[in-house]
Design a protein around this ligand. Structure first.
Ligand code: FRU
Length: 493
């Protein structure tokens, strides 16, 4: 059993970070700042961490580097919210200054035990990764406990250099942690550990092991139970593109099945990509007091140029999304709390679509659109967003491809990407169009666009950096109809 430290070793660095944040807030350029998404106050944000409900609030930690808008020495920033929409910045929770984590406090998760909030995170030192704990009795100040899963607990087939992102959960009074790992052969894997008390851990088994060395580590495993199913989310690096799936450099996937925690085996029934857009990675889930599973993810992708970096910040979170399973497949819906922020309702029905149809009072960049398209005979039918005289992004159904396309190639800012990605301009997904209809719910927040297709059967998430706030519907080469449309401003004062 490790002893609790009397005085937090990290006091100086978290407070240095916090006073730096206060002093540099004014230097951030607001052009692309969101209004209802979590984003770093200043500097860099990547993965959501420790997403949970504790001390009467949703707690959202995140990979954070306050001193610049690029990935660097990792801290844990901290937000809390009553409703997933308004996020209150709290003091920086972890800084990389402990015995085992001087090179970074990497991703991890959180759990409440005996009224205290425990953060389980990856401690990085000298090219090795281990799992450590920190604890808080007030949900604000965290004391580091130290390493609890040292490298010595790894079986011989696991590399010590890539062993990270613990997701801790409890089942029948026993604590479990899933972690990402790379085998010594270079294969991505997910490991399972168990502990009676969060302090003493033992290795159970390798839950998943790729037989390929061309991918990388399985980053950020997550786990939840839903209606008798076990669901593992994870973000394998370098997943190869398969037709229209897995087009980003790294992908986030879900696997539905049964996790046998005694043997550490996962009986997989289904696997698919979580989001078919550009910017979605490292999702985490939590359970709300009323029993919903809510997921949030980093709304960016590695190895891309990020236009906001010149403005003093980079990276943000998706809208939290309620998850469910229908016929064994994932459905995503924006958290219902966002509906409390709807203003200025505008609705239309039965509008014939031509090359360009602009509707009165249907525009803006902080809005929700909820509509159904009758695809008619048109070859392409959809919507242009963030429209100015020169720029726009579009979302449309393409009949020849039988896919929904999200095209940001004309937004006016080019995003460079890794050579392994074909481009960072166009993505597509397949959806059910058996009734020749598609429904879309789209959320825009200044520089982000989240698309929920057919009640969340597929989603597409992407940042859009444009100079326009116009909107138009269109149908090309044939007729089509806007069956219904509801539009709201989303106003968070
Ligand atoms: C995923 C990731 C994690 C790691 C963290 C470091 O985006 O690479 O595997 O813990 O980011 O910031």
């Amino acid at each position: 059993m490790k002893k609790m430290s009397q005085k937090p070793e990290n006091e100086n660095s978290t407070s240095v970070a916090d006073s730096y944040i206060v002093h540099s807030l004014a230097s951030i350029r607001k052009t692309y700042r969101h209004t209802y998404h979590a984003m770093p106050p200043v500097g860099w944000m990547n993965d959501p961490n420790g997403f949970c409900y504790a001390f009467g609030k949703y707690q959202l930690f995140f990979q954070f580097y306050p001193y610049g808008a690029a990935w660097n020495s990792m801290h844990w920033g901290h937000y809390a919210s009553q409703d997933f929409v308004r996020w209150q910045l709290l003091p920086t929770a972890l800084a990389p200054n402990g015995k085992a984590d001087r090179d970074g406090c990497f991703s991890g998760s959180a759990i409440v035990k005996d009224g205290k909030l425990y953060l389980m995170y990856t401690s990085v030192l000298g090219g090795k990764q281990t799992q450590s704990l920190a604890v808080s009795s007030d949900g604000v100040r965290f004391d580091k406990i130290g390493e609890v899963i040292p490298g010595e607990l790894l079986p011989p087939h696991c590399a010590r250099s890539d062993f990270r992102d613990p997701k801790v959960f409890v089942r029948k009074g026993m604590y479990y942690a899933l972690t990402g790992s790379l085998s010594t052969e270079g294969e991505g894997q997910i490991l399972l550990f168990r502990s009676p008390d969060l302090m003493q851990w033992e290795y159970v088994n390798t839950v998943r092991r790729d037989r390929l060395t061309t991918r990388g580590i399985y980053e950020c495993p997550d786990f939840f139970e839903y209606g008798g199913n076990d669901v593992i989310l994870c973000s394998p690096q370098g997943y190869e593109t398969a037709d229209w799936r897995y087009e980003n450099l790294h992908s986030s996937i879900y696997m539905v099945g049964k996790l046998n925690v005694a043997s550490g085996t996962f009986d997989k029934e289904y696997e698919d990509e979580i989001d078919g857009g550009f910017d979605f990675y490292a999702p985490q889930t939590t359970r709300t007091p009323d029993g919903r599973i809510v997921m949030i993810a980093w709304m960016q992708m590695w190895s891309r140029t990020m236009p906001t970096a010149q403005h003093g910040w980079a990276g943000s979170m998706t809208l939290p999304r309620e998850l469910s399973l229908k016929d064994g497949k994932l459905l995503q819906r924006p958290v219902r709390e966002i509906e409390n922020y709807r203003r200025n309702h505008v609705s239309y029905s039965d509008v014939a679509l031509t090359q360009t149809v602009r509707l009165d009072n249907v525009k803006g960049v902080k809005i929700e659109l909820d509509f159904t398209l009758d695809l008619g005979t048109a070859k392409r039918v959809g919507i242009r967003l963030f429209e100015s005289s020169r720029h726009s992004a579009s979302v449309y159904y393409d009949r020849a491809l039988d896919r929904v396309i999200f095209d940001r190639s004309k937004m006016g800012v080019e995003i460079a990407c890794d050579v392994k990605e074909r481009d960072a301009a166009v993505r597509s997904v397949k959806v059910d169009v058996s009734e020749n209809r598609i429904s879309m719910r789209i959320f825009l927040d200044v520089s982000s666009c989240e698309i929920f297709l057919n009640g969340g059967e597929r989603t597409m998430t992407g940042n859009v950096y444009s100079d326009g706030s116009g909107l138009s519907f269109f149908a090309e080469d044939g007729e089509a109809r806007l069956v219904r449309l509801d539009k709201y401003d989303i106003v968070v004062e």
